[in-house]
Write a protein that binds this ligand. Structure first.
Ligand code: IMP
Length: 269
C-alpha cells in the first residue's frame, strides 16, 4: 500500500514539469516571459532577448479571487495585480442577469473602457462566479455575492436543513482581454456540508467540499497542491476538507476558477 502510494506520487511528480499550461514555454509563443523554475526562481534565457513578466489587471474587489489568480498565474510568468484607479477598485455596474457570461461580458466592456481612459497598461482579467445548489434549483447562482452578503453561509445552511440531496457546484466564467478577448469556463462539483468549517478562502468556502477527482486529468496535474491518499490510484481528494480548510494551492487543484483560467490560457496559446 505504502509503495503504491509512493509510486503514484512519483508518477505525479514526473508528469508536472512538462505537461499542460504550467509549462511557461508553452505560453512563450504569444508573450515574452520569464522562465520560472519549479522552485519559484526566475531564470533568464539567453536565447530570448526581451524577457518581461506579463501584467494582468484583475478587475475585482474580492481579494480571495485575486489571491487565487495570483497563485495560479505566478509560475506562468504573469503578474496579476488588482485593477485600481486612484488607489481603489473602480465601481462597475453588474446587470441583473441569469447568466455568469452576461455579467462577465458587462464587466469586461467596462474594464476595457476604464483602461483606455487611464494611464494603466496591461491585459485585463475579469471573472463572474457563483455557487449553484442542486436541491435549491441552482440558488444562489448568479446572485451568490448579494445572497452571501445578506444571509451568509449560515443562511444557506438553514435553507439546506433536512435536505438529503447535498450536491452543488461552483462555476466561473472568466474573460481575459489583451487586444482580443479570451474566454474560459470552469466548474467544480462538490457538496454542501451541515456546518461551517475552516478559516481560509472566502465566500461559501467553509460549507463546500469538492468531489474527489478520479484518474488525474490535466486538471489535477497542471496545478500544485491537492493530495492523493487513496493509495490505490491517481485520485485527487481533499480528504473530506472544505475549501476553507485547504491552502490556496490545494484549492486551486480542484477550483472552478483555476479551471476557467486554465481554459483562458489554453486559448491564448
Ligand atoms: P462575483 O463573481 O463577484 O459576482 O461573486 C460571486 C460570489 O460567489 C462571491 O462573492 C462569493 O460569495 C461566491 N464565490 C465565488 N467563487 C467562490 C469561491 O471560490 N469560493 C467561495 N465562494 C465563492
Amino acid at each position: 500500500m505504502a509503495n503504491q502510494a509512493r509510486s503514484s506520487a512519483a508518477r505525479r511528480r514526473r508528469r508536472r514539469p512538462t505537461e499542460g499550461p504550467s509549462n511557461p514555454l508553452a505560453l512563450g509563443l504569444r508573450f515574452p516571459f520569464i522562465l520560472t523554475t519549479s522552485a519559484g526562481r526566475q531564470t533568464q534565457s539567453r536565447a530570448t532577448p526581451a524577457l518581461v513578466v506579463k501584467r494582468l489587471l484583475f478587475l475585482t474587489g474580492n481579494l480571495g479571487k485575486l489571491a487565487e489568480a495570483q497563485h495560479y498565474f505566478a509560475p506562468l510568468g504573469y503578474r496579476v495585480e488588482q485593477f485600481l484607479l486612484n488607489g481603489k477598485p473602480p465601481e462597475v455596474f453588474e446587470p441583473q442577469a441569469d447568466s455568469l457570461r452576461i455579467v462577465a461580458n458587462a464587466k469586461i466592456s467596462q474594464a476595457r473602457k476604464l483602461l483606455a481612459e487611464s494611464s494603466e497598461e496591461g491585459a485585463i482579467l475579469v471573472d463572474d462566479s457563483g455557487l449553484f445548489i442542486d436541491s435549491l434549483n441552482g440558488f444562489p447562482g448568479v446572485s451568490s455575492a448579494s445572497v452571501h452578503s445578506q444571509i451568509g453561509c449560515l443562511g444557506i445552511l438553514d435553507l439546506m436543513e433536512g435536505r438529503e440531496e447535498r450536491g452543488a457546484e461552483f462555476r466561473t466564467y472568466a474573460i481575459l482581454w489583451d487586444g482580443e478577448e479570451f474566454v474560459g469556463e470552469g466548474i467544480c462539483r462538490g457538496r454542501i456540508i451541515a456546518e461551517e468549517r475552516g478559516e481560509n478562502g472566502f465566500g461559501y468556502d467553509p460549507i463546500f467540499i469538492p468531489d474527489d477527482l478520479g484518474e488525474l486529468s490535466s486538471e489535477g496535474r497542471s496545478s500544485e497542491g491537492g493530495s492523493s491518499d487513496s493509495g490505490t490510484s491517481d485520485m485527487l481528494t481533499s480528504g473530506g476538507r472544505t475549501f476553507a480548510e485547504l491552502e490556496t494551492a490545494e484549492k486551486n487543484a480542484f477550483s472552478h476558477r483555476r479551471k476557467a483560467l486554465e481554459a483562458v490560457l489554453n486559448r491564448l496559446r
